[in-house]
Design a protein around this ligand. Structure first.
Ligand code: MGD
Ligand code: MGD
Ligand code: MO
Length: 762
């Protein structure tokens, strides 16, 4: 993606220094304010930073971490400040840009460069056969899309992608438009993210969401953080962890990498954080091998059962198990067979380490387990998460204060988008409610998810791609295959705030539709509007833009959906698109009739702090599964096998990026500056492979029956990752993830376990 320079390196100024052991602290607050002041000026900065995550402000778009009821004056983190600054920059892409750069020119530019060009401010069109975009009117843009959509022989030839920043109201209208058009082809970023969570939790506990509330962190004894890097990706979680520790909780981190924020935290908003050593967070750090989590969970489960056998009636929560669950005997029989040697190989841990975790778990009355991509983007992700639920169920850790299962979401409204119907396989009851409200019968056949959309394009079955935000070609696996597939489509349309790779690798014809960001005031016919989002713990609240739009001609996402729908559907089914655009309360009124938990949406969302959605497991130990019980499951252990001379590569986020958006080329906590072409490798592996720290290598990924994929000229960085496991940055490393490599059943790309071989350059 980034063109190598003549000296052979894409980043000639790359430096590698020592890794940090603690997160945030003084550098954190300094880093968070600096870029904002440079680009925005002090007045705009102050307005923005005092509105983030406040009850009358806007929801920070950097992650889906929930807000505490008692807000601080500055309720944001370093990376939230970066996200807000990136969006609210006054720099815009000038009209002359489109004449100056052809699409071919832009193909050589990095994601970093593209994002730095500023905000998109006018709709532009690239006709088939031409190499330049040129400005078009909004009306012409909508006419072009409508004409193409209406010319398809079946609506299933179009796919409508959503990135998880889309607000509830937008998401609801978008799926309404897509289903009224006639397809369920609604792939979204969640397919690449927490889909495995949704699959596992829905079948075991009846809801694919967190079973905790924010306050549960204050009332817990033990927090186990698995496959998650909160110091970078959910920095405000560190404050909650610090508070939990002060109330007596202990923390265990399970990760192949000793991530800075997991080890120690200096809270920039407290005196201790500013001047002291901060708080040591993890009481126990388990440096697990990639994909070893299921083995660890089973081994802990087995120890729990053995402790119960040794002291009957003291370890398991029998009342809970008897009343609310099914499947305990099968689990007992299964875990009795678990071979400790297999566990040690799969996890890379010692029996003593596992004993210690089991002991902590047995001693804790209330345990929360949180997780993110280290668990979901694995081949056996769904089974691993089912096992995680097993462990919680054994001691009744669901549906009591201070305990629960807590997937930590990525995009700030990815959870809400699903609640609003962005899913290629929404359940019948949702489609029935839609039918009842709008008087048309939505299609019932399941649509395509993200990977199936690429495959549909490859086969020629999908010829139109429309994206509400995001950067699909860069985010999905197998970059070369994905890009070729996208180029084969007839039309691609991106609704975006800023340029990225998906504007450059397009269908034969392409449109870019610029939209307002969440920070900006959104004025419609009935005055200033607001939208709403749902966070990781199912709390819904309003988000009010606070700064003037960066340019006059930009439409809100809702206006874009409404006008696209009118252009495409006319007055089919008598849906009042113009009314929706003029007054977002009307959209919320419809949502209140269709989506459970939103019955008093317009009133509830206006309460300071919003409202919390009902949640069976959390509120009343109600499990809406096939049996009406929480399901204890049996999962076959199939750990990742590493052949001789190979490494298991995971793709991670640097500290200065938001997914495919690169804020800077630095990754401070891991000691990387001014470059991204690095692969982190354990020093013992470097020696065993006959390589040297600092050496340049080509990374080959191997997939049976297919030619090797390659990422060239990466610098080996000696790093204390688990033995046999390596790490490189997403999205560049996506070229290495085979399209066929997906988690069983959830079909999430396996971005955390890629089998690779390193070969010295030259
Ligand atoms: N600043 C910032 N914030 C973000 C994002 C961002 O890019 N930047 N992205 C947002 C999004 S969409 C998401 S989904 C989240 C992502 O949040 P995270 O999931 O924290 O993000 P990753 O960088 O993918 O980190 C995965 C973590 O899992 C660990 N891991 C890898 N493999 C394994 C394994 O086999 N077992 C275990 N136990 N651990 C493993 C890695 O070492 C790493 O610490 O963050 C959200 N917030
Ligand atoms: N190898 C590998 N691949 C991965 C992952 C991984 O860990 N490793 N992680 C996966 C995960 S968890 C996710 S969630 C996906 C992310 O996939 P996406 O959600 O598709 O990607 P993003 O990079 O978040 O999208 C950024 C773009 O969104 C647009 N944007 C920003 N704000 C707005 C807005 O307010 N409105 C609109 N309309 N557009 C906006 C901008 O143009 C920006 O360039 O990637 C997945 N891919
Ligand atoms: Mo994500």
């Amino acid at each position: 993606m980034t063109k190598p320079l003549d000296d052979g390196s894409a980043y000639p100024d790359l430096t590698v220094g020592p890794k940090a052991d603690d997160a945030v602290g003084i550098p954190g607050i300094f880093h968070s304010l600096e870029p904002a002041f440079v680009k925005l000026g002090p007045a705009r900065t102050a307005k923005l930073l005092t509105s983030i995550n406040q009850k009358d402000g806007f929801d920070c778009m950097s992650c889906a971490w929930p807000d505490p009821d008692k807000r601080k004056t500055l309720e944001f983190c370093e990376n939230g400040a970066k996200a807000v600054t990136w969006e609210a920059t006054p720099v815009t892409v000038p009209t002359s840009f489109w004449g100056e750069y052809s699409v071919t020119d832009l193909l050589d530019k990095s994601e970093y460069w593209l994002g730095m060009q500023g905000r998109l401010v006018e709709p532009v069109y690239r006709p088939a056969g031409e190499d330049h975009y040129h400005p078009v009117s909004w009306d012409e843009a909508f006419r072009l899309v409508a004409e193409t959509l209406n010319g398809l022989d079946t609506p299933d030839r179009a796919a409508f992608y959503t990135s998880g920043r889309t607000a509830n109201e937008t998401a609801f209208l978008y799926q309404l438009f897509v289903r009224a058009f006639g397809t369920n082809n609604l792939p979204d970023c969640s397919n690449m993210c927490h889909e495995s969570t949704g699959t596992a939790l829905t079948e075991t506990i009846g809801i694919g969401k967190s079973t905790i509330a924010y306050d549960d962190f204050e009332h817990t004894d033990l927090i186990i953080i698995m496959g998650q890097n909160p110091g970078t990706n959910h920095p405000r979680m560190l404050t909650a962890l610090e508070d939990a520790k002060r109330s007596g909780a202990s923390i265990v981190a399970v990760n192949p990498l000793p991530e800075a924020g997991l080890i120690r935290y200096k809270n920039p908003q407290t005196v201790r954080g500013l001047v002291g050593h901060g708080t040591a967070l993890a009481d126990q750090f388990l440096q697990i091998r990639s994909g070893g989590d299921m083995a660890l969970l089973q081994a802990v489960g087995k120890r729990v059962l053995e402790a119960e056998d040794a002291n009957p009636g003291t370890v398991l929560d029998h009342d809970f198990l008897d009343t609310y669950t099914q499947g305990l005997d099968e689990l007992k029989a299964h875990l009795a067979e678990l071979d400790e040697a297999d566990v040690l190989t799969a996890t890379g841990l010692t029996s003593a380490e596992i004993d210690e975790l089991a002991d902590r778990y047995i001693r804790a009355d209330r345990t929360i387990i949180t997780w993110a991509m280290g668990l979901t983007q694995q081949k056996k992700a769904v089974e691993t998460l089912r096992e995680l639920i097993n462990l919680l169920l054994l001691r009744g850790n669901i549906g009591k204060p201070g305990a629960g299962a807590s997937p930590i979401r990525g995009h700030s409204n990815v959870q809400g988008d699903r609640t609003m119907g962005i899913w290629e396989q929404m359940p019948e009851r949702f489609l029935d409610a839609l039918e009842h409200e709008f008087g048309f019968n939505p299609p019932r056949k399941h649509g395509t998810d993200s990977l199936h959309t690429i495959e549909g394009m490859q086969r020629g079955d999908i010829s139109v791609f429309i994206a509400m935000g995001g950067n699909f070609v860069s985010a999905i696996s197998d970059t070369a295959a994905a890009e070729a597939a996208m180029r084969g489509t007839d039309l691609s349309v991106q609704v975006s705030t800023k340029l990225n790779r998906s504007h450059v690798v397009t269908g034969k014809a392409a449109l870019i539709l610029p939209t307002l960001g969440r920070t900006e005031v959104d004025i419609q016919e009935t005055g200033a509007q607001f939208v709403s989002v749902e966070d990781s713990v199912c709390a819904v609240h309003g988000s009010h833009g606070r700064i003037p739009p960066v340019a006059p001609n930009i439409l809100s996402e809702i206006a874009i959906v409404c006008r696209l729908a009118r252009a495409t559907l006319g007055d089919r089914y008598g849906i009042d698109w113009a009314g929706f655009e003029g007054d977002y309360d009307i959209i919320r009124e419809h949502i209140s009739h269709v989506v459970p938990g939103f019955e008093n949406f317009n009133t509830d969302v206006r309460r300071k702090g919003g409202f919390v959605l009902p949640n069976g497991p959390r509120d009343s130990r109600t499990f809406n599964t096939a049996t009406g019980k929480a399901m204890i499951t049996v999962n076959r252990l199939e750990p990742v096998v590493r052949p001789e001379g190979r490494l298991i590569l995971q793709t991670v986020r640097a500290h200065d990026q938001f997914n495919t958006t690169i804020y800077s080329l630095n990754d401070r906590y891991r000691g990387i500056r001014k470059g991204r072409d690095v692969i982190f490798v354990n020093p013992d592996d470097i020696a065993e492979l006959g390589l040297a720290d600092g050496q340049r290598v080509d990374i080959f990924s191997e997939w049976e029956g297919e030619p090797d994929r390659v990422l060239r000229n990466y610098r080996v960085v000696s790093y204390p990752t688990a033995k046999g496991c390596a790490a490189a940055y997403y999205p560049e490393a996506n070229v290495l993830v085979p399209l066929a490599s997906a988690a069983d059943r959830s079909n999430t790309p396996v971005s955390k376990a890629i089998l690779v071989r390193l070969e010295p350059v030259g």
